[in-house]
Design a protein around this ligand. Structure first.
Ligand code: IPE
Ligand code: IPE
Ligand code: MG
Length: 266
């Protein structure tokens, strides 16, 4: 299937959920996809059924993001801390991950999506790597949108790894300690290869970060949705982006400064 170009209109007054302003879109959106377990429990189902429904939501939201023309979408699918869940649940999640990758392969490739993965990928089972790695390679030159799966991912772990790498550079004499800067740390973080996240959405009603993209979150706008992840759909993504578009990002400056027209130097 190919994506039709988005037919979307200007949004005044604030966007209805199925209408979105195409100017001022966030470039990189991160999503903490939470609430699968509760969705299943509310229906008397096994938690794994919630994850299955969550997988369908990923498909819908990736399509919507691609149609909108977002440059990068990073989805938090499995945290380093999620390994502590019951073995059966972890196993079901890994099976679903493999199924998702197999089912989405052709759509990813046909729609110019570059699939990446961040996190401690060495912990993933071989049967997941066997489908993940070829798809990362096959899609590596696609340019329409980068879809990053955060798998066995932890923001603290990513920072610690970057620090370890820089420490090793110092030890080997490649750089001096005073060359360690915010930028050299950033350069060691795969999660930020597509730029800092502009907007991070968390579903499921909790208002916390749970170890997602910690370093890159410094100036991200946050949006929290009460919806459980399996119920999240394109209009909810548009609503979060609409809210983002209403905000003024100041990056430490005053409002007047960021609203001032660019000064031309003679
Ligand atoms: C998010 O849903 C998916 C993963 C963390 C893998 P949860 O499984 O955390 O769902 P709740 O929070 O228990 O409802
Ligand atoms: C965050 O959800 C991780 C993912 C969505 C993959 P959790 O359900 O693991 O977060 P906590 O435990 O509620 O903070
Ligand atoms: Mg949860």
């Amino acid at each position: 299937m190919c994506y039709a170009p988005a037919v979307l209109t200007a949004a005044h007054p604030p966007p209805a959920s199925n209408v979105i302003e195409l100017r001022g879109l966030p470039s990189h959106v991160g999503i903490i996809m939470d609430g699968n377990g509760r969705w299943a429990q509310q229906r008397g189902l096994d938690r794994s059924e919630g994850h299955r429904a969550g997988s369908a939501a990923v498909r819908r939201v990736v399509r919507a993001a691609r149609r909108l023309g977002l440059r990068a979408l990073t989805v938090y699918a499995f945290s380093e801390q999620n390994w502590a869940r019951p073995e059966l649940e972890v196993g079901a999640l890994m099976d679903l991950l493999k199924e998702f990758l197999l089912a989405e392969r052709s759509e990813i490739l046909h729609n110019g999506i570059r699939l990446q993965a961040i996190g401690n990928l060495g912990r993933l089972p071989a049967f997941v790597r066997a489908v993940l790695d070829p798809l990362r390679n096959e899609s590596a030159n696609n340019e329409a949108m980068t879809l990053t799966l955060a798998l066995s991912y932890g923001g603290r772990e990513e920072i610690a790894l970057a620090a370890r790498e820089l420490a090793d550079d110092v030890k080997k004499g490649r750089i001096s300690a005073d060359q360690i800067t915010t930028e050299s740390l950033r350069a060691r973080m795969p999660s930020l290869a597509v730029g800092d996240p502009d907007l991070v959405i968390r579903t499921g009603g909790e208002q916390r970060i749970s170890n997602f993209l910690l370093y890159g979150l410094a100036y991200a706008e946050l949006a929290f949705s009460e919806k459980l992840w399996p119920d999240f759909d394109a209009p909810d993504l548009y609503a979060a982006i609409g809210s983002y578009q209403q905000r003024e990002r100041r990056f430490g400056k005053t409002g007047a400064q960021v609203r001032a027209p660019t000064q031309v130097t003679p």
